[in-house]
Design a protein around this ligand. Sequence first.
Ligand code: WTA
Length: 628
Amino acid sequence: MTEKFDVKLESKTFFPDPSLREHMRMGDYELAYNEFLKDPEAYWEKVAEELTWINKWDKICEWDHPHARWFINSKLNITQNCLDRHVQSGKKNKVALIWVGEGGEEKILTYRQLHREVMRFAAGLKSLGVKKGDAVCIYMPLVPEQIIVALACARIGAIHSIVFAGFGTRALNSRIRDSAAKIVVTADATIRRGKRVELKAIVEEAVVNAPSVDKIVVLRRTKPPMELYSEIEVDYYDVLKDVSECEAEVMDAEDPLFILYTSGTTGPAKGIVHTCAGYMVGTYYTTQNVFDLRDNDVFWCTADPGWITGHSYIIYGPLLAGGTILITESTPDYPDPGVWWNIIDDFDVTIFYTAPTAIRMFMRMGEDWPRKYDLSSLRILGSVGETLNPETFEWYYRVIGKERCPILDTWWQTETGMHMITTLAGQPMKPGFVGKPLPGVVADVVDNNGDPVPPGKGGFLVIKEPWPSMMRTVRNNEERYRQYWNTIGKYYTAGDLAVKDDDGYIMILGRSDDVLIVAGHNIGSAEVESALVSNEAVAEAAVIGKPDPLKGEIIKAFIILRKGYSPSDKLRSELIYHVRMSLGPIAMPSEIEFVESLPKTRSGKIMRRVLRAKELGMDPGDVSTLEE
Ligand code: WTA
């Protein structure tokens, strides 16, 4: 395990326009955090009071380590809060959802329309025999129906398990089997970079050996409609019932809402289970206070609902807050790297939430693309999923946000359900740092024993107290769940290494499993990568540790160069020198290999373990989440 280690913590601070603080819901961080500390339960109760409940709670929280229950004995249905509440309060004709297809096609649904579509499919699911507590697997492209089906499940108390449509047969099969899904909802195909990707065929293969599956519902998008072969396949439109009402199932606070599989560093994917009330309160709270979502915002989160970011900040959070969400099936660089900026221009997107990997891709393509479009509607930029290194931050801030929009670097996980640590709009921004724990979250950086480490010393990121949207268990693997809360003291261990500065800002150094131990010093891989990417020649970097008889491990870096640079020994030495100068000699890569691409998960995280295995001639383990 890791010893304490020193981290260099220099960062330029960006100060936002002072008027931002006054206008944000959470303008005064300190005040809000103190209010939370004074009475945590009262703090969350106040948030919950803003939502609609069938029956209110007897108690806010019961904590029996490692199990928490929130809003005890309350009854609710999350879709009443996402839909009925707005339909009944004057937002009937407000746009809930804007969808843009790859060829520029558009579909727009108002709250009234979305509400009806959800109820129609919910009634259809019931007619297929789906009952409260049954699992439904959703394997669909990024189309409005993907969201409609998820909400329809929640409407009748079925547990949805959304599987990103980029996964292959094996990954889908294991997820269907683990969740014991009764129904799989899919589409004939998705369109990616002008090409059809067949989805139904993958499902047909994936349900072999999955005896729990009764029916496959197929959204047929293309004409002439694809044939439905077997007895178990039914058409999406035949399932839709012509109802004007499908009552929301009364759900207990702790009834499961969904399962979402997340890949571990070892072993099979873990089925993270979230429940109704706590998840609802957490995602609502963060959408309101982190994104500061307003009535006239157009909110675009570029994730897919197949990931937690899509669950929490495409579907639930923004709809709970009554926002207008935008989704698109289009890839960022097809037909050209201007498509996303064109969408922002076209729909006056105000809040844009994406991943550093996308921003780095845009950096490689050059500033001319975004400059062609009017991005002045933007008011808030967000980032999620991996370290937003200073270089990328500055480009995002300058070229996209025109030095006007705050950048929120949000740290959280599938397991946490909601944002946990983040920069807030109106607070000073330090590139490379994700900011401070949100009011409601007690996070710290500690050593092996759970003792806090001083500023500037690296350690483990932990969450010390339960929070409403925490996962409740790992499906079929309660033991794995317990590990999260029993690895370092009695805290929730996120598996990330981090460091705090004197102001309490937290920097994520990388996963603890990707730690490099070089000559007895622990080095976070993300830190070295960040240093490399700060060199103008480097577009992307991934580093791994390679066993070395002398040093324990040495650092090997894989580098994708930016346009206009080509591999050479001279450049190799320059880069090593660059890291030496920015991080110190212990962090210097011993080897650099120039590559064209890096193995990544579909959510854009570099799979260093695959690189390492390849380098060492070992089995890479489960690669079901690998994109390329
Ligand atoms: C990483 C995604 C640096 C981290 C919401 C975490 C980040 C894992 C950030 C969870 C960030 C997420 N800066 N690293 N802002 N956000 N991570 O479950 O290692 O797909 O543990 O959830 O992503 O990934 P997950």
